[in-house]
Design a protein around this ligand. Structure first.
Ligand SMILES: [Mg+2]
Length: 302
């Protein structure tokens, strides 16, 4: 009789414990602030990155967040332009993005380098790529400059004109002790003409093939980028809603940092492509476009 009494007690204990162990909070808390990807999410660029086309709902969504007092930033993995220049381009087509709401991998690179004591960097990129580093007081060098191979860091960004001399100087700097930073390790991004090659991905592959150097990624999907974004938004990383068109970029970053990932089908990945992504690249919500975000938000908070 006492055994019969003990048995239910034991099983009751087990049933209480099991759900607590197997049902961790998989759904992050509702976002308090948002990060928007740019290409494929808010706009489509042409291949030369000169002409922009607005995507439906982009302006309205940012305007509504402003009206509600919800913080947001735009974060592009494109490093071609200094953030204020990029923000001005977006404002010109109607997107409410202030200079300090525009972030690029170079913003993160400047922050990471400062924290790691980097004083000088060899920049493999177009002139705008080094702007954030200079603003942070880091001396920038370009290929052919005096001291190009004696820097503390090599920073690879948007560099359509990269040649072997650039790669050679970067390798020499690394063999002399420089750390390797990369703005974007994404092979492709969405443009109005279809997919376009991410140059820094290819350049860093060549440098690493030669040197075996470890790469410090500053753009999405690095967790450093998400932490930087969260600090800028003034909320914990788990309270950031990350909106983007690339599963391996925005959504992987959101999943890594416990944020909420919203995938959109206005870029290179269509609904059928999202469906076949692995678990760590599956958005918490899939939207047909950025204009659907606030509908989702009001459903969640209702
Ligand atoms: Mg994109």
């Amino acid at each position: 009789m006492s055994a019969a009494k003990r048995a239910p007690k034991k099983s009751a204990k087990t049933t209480v414990k099991t759900p607590a162990k197997t049902a961790p909070a998989k759904t992050p808390p509702a976002p308090e602030a948002y990060m928007f990807d740019v290409d494929g999410t808010l706009i489509l660029s042409d291949r030369a990155l000169g002409g922009y086309t607005l995507l439906p709902g982009a302006v309205e969504t940012l305007e509504e967040l402003s009206r509600r007092g919800v913080p947001y930033v735009a974060f592009t993995n494109g490093s071609a332009y200094p953030p204020p220049e990029q923000a001005a381009k977006l404002r010109k087509i109607g997107l409410p993005v202030a200079d300090d709401q525009m972030l690029t991998p170079s913003s993160v690179a400047a922050d990471m380098m400062t924290r790691r004591g980097v004083k000088s960097a060899l920049v493999l990129g177009s002139p705008g790529v080094g702007w954030c580093l200079e603003q942070a007081g880091i001396a920038t060098r370009f290929t052919g400059d005096d001291g190009a191979e004696e820097t503390d860091a090599v920073y690879v960004g948007w560099h359509p004109d990269c040649g072997m001399k650039d790669i050679e100087q970067a390798c020499n700097a690394i063999w002399n002790g420089a750390e390797l930073y990369c703005a974007s390790d994404v092979p492709f991004f969405a443009t109005s003409a279809g997919r376009s090659m991410g140059y820094s991905h290819a350049i860093v592959a060549a440098i690493r093939k030669m040197t075996g150097a470890k790469m410090l990624l500053t753009g999405k999907p690095s967790i450093q980028a998400l932490r930087f974004i969260a600090r800028r938004l003034g909320v914990p990383a788990t309270r950031v809603g990350v909106v983007g068109d690339d599963p391996a970029c925005e959504i992987l970053m959101a999943r890594r940092g416990g944020a909420t990932g919203y995938g959109v089908t206005t870029g290179y990945y269509k609904a059928k492509d999202w469906k076949v992504q692995p678990a760590d690249r599956q958005p918490h919500r899939l939207l047909s476009g950025v204009g659907e975000l606030l509908k989702t938000r009001s459903r969640r908070s209702a």
